[in-house]
Write a protein that binds this ligand. Structure first.
Ligand SMILES: [Cu+2]
Length: 157
């Protein structure tokens, strides 16, 4: 999924570059086109524009005791800067046991106030031991794309 999106951007960037170049000399262009595309591709890879891929969700505690009304904390980080993203609005969440083949076993997720920048806290139920997948969709300031992520937490007995 990540690689796919990166590929799309890598393809779009050189196209924009090529359109921008004013071809006064088409011969010269064809001569150097390959080199230019290669150079732009490496530029796109190293200095890509911010996108939904540049964020990562991670569980603060990847393992916790099973039970009802469990507090689940997820950290959202900007991968380019390594900094926590504190101004995100998480508008969709889902917790289920898909990692253990029980996608239909869904738990309600209720947002709780955050106490730490970039850490988003939720109340949920982890009724049985096993792995739970939490899917999050967020709006991040300055980011037009919706940022989505999945974190996996393990509930123990
Ligand atoms: Cu289950």
């Amino acid at each position: 999924m990540l690689a796919q999106t990166t590929d799309v951007r890598a393809l779009e960037a050189p196209r924009r570059e090529i359109n921008y170049i004013n071809y006064e000399d088409k011969t010269m262009f064809s001569k150097f086109a390959t080199a230019a595309v290669a150079a732009t591709l490496s530029l796109a890879a190293s200095a890509a524009m911010p996108g939904a891929d540049d964020y990562s969700f991670e569980p603060v505690n990847p393992e916790m005791k099973k039970g009802d009304d469990v507090t689940l904390a997820v950290r959202l980080t900007n991968k380019q800067t390594g900094k926590p993203v504190s101004d995100a609005v998480i508008f969709k969440t889902r917790a289920d046991m898909a990692p253990d083949g029980m996608a239909e076993m869904e738990s309600p997720v209720t947002p709780l106030p955050s106490k730490e920048p970039g850490v988003y806290v939720f109340k949920t139920d982890l009724p049985m031991a096993g792995r739970y997948q939490v899917t999050l969709s967020a709006k991040v300031q300055g980011e037009s794309e919706t940022v989505t992520g999945k974190v996996i937490v393990k509930a123990t007995k």
